[in-house]
Design a binder for this molecule. Sequence first.
Ligand code: SAM
Length: 295
Amino acid sequence: MNSLYSIFYSITQEVSALVRSLLKKYNIKGGTFDQHFLVDTDYLDRIVAAADLRPEDVVLEIGAGIGNLTERLARKAKKVIVIELDPALVRILHDRFDGVENIEIIAGDALKVDFPEFDKVVSNLPYSISSEITFKLLRHKFKLGILMYQYEFAARMVSQPNCKDYSRLTVDTCYFADASILMKVPKSAFQPAPEVDSAVVKLVPRPAPFEVKDQAFFMDFVAAVFSQRRKKLRNAILNTNHVLKIPSVKEVVARLPEDLMNKRAENLTPEELAQVANKIVDLKKSILAEETKEQ
Ligand code: SAM
């Protein structure tokens, strides 16, 4: 063992022991509510470094657990606001941080609580709500997200057309933000160890890089056509029209670009999917206008 590694190893052992003793003292088993606490100090420090915190930054942390990441974030940021669901962990957070001026604790479900204003979000997320919480976050204005997900979820967020992980999640993510995987995190970095590997994703929100005429319809369209990802787009649209509710759907599909209709959703770029969705929006409008004129 070299000396730097042995220092990291012993600090990680200390954090691990702290987690174990707090869980025992407060009678928490871990494992429920996605409770896998990050104890490897190397990964904790790399996550904080990736957040590139400034003294003026207000940080949101979702699912603070016993506060291992919180403590490190609070050393660099103006303020850290944490949202934690489990009342037993909320008690630990209060016992640990009530004297610390720049940490605010919100007890509750992050899916239901109104988010405060924040500049950056840094979290080891509860994996079972990854999708809902990410798109709730992306409806807010912020500069940077450094977020831990299950590895497979992260891979789908950053995928490319024609790849097996390219999905609705890829297109929706690309609509709101630039996403990249910063590091893969092994199960052994957590306590208790989860059954899956993890990855830290960097999210930088920005305006969509392509035009979308009707955001709600675009989202529904992407969900619908990826539910039939192996079908040509023409058939995927026809098969899901009970959801999409496109009037005179056969006529609309016949007027959509044929080259794109012959491809599958998994072969189209987000921009091409937006082009088709926009064209449907235009055609729906002209069909409605024609119908009104005839009446
Ligand atoms: N951040 C801590 C760490 O890295 O050690 C804990 C991360 S653990 C993967 C996820 C945390 O999210 C747990 O503390 C769990 O109680 C909390 N949690 C689960 N569902 C939640 C929800 N809907 N809202 C807020 N917190 C939640």
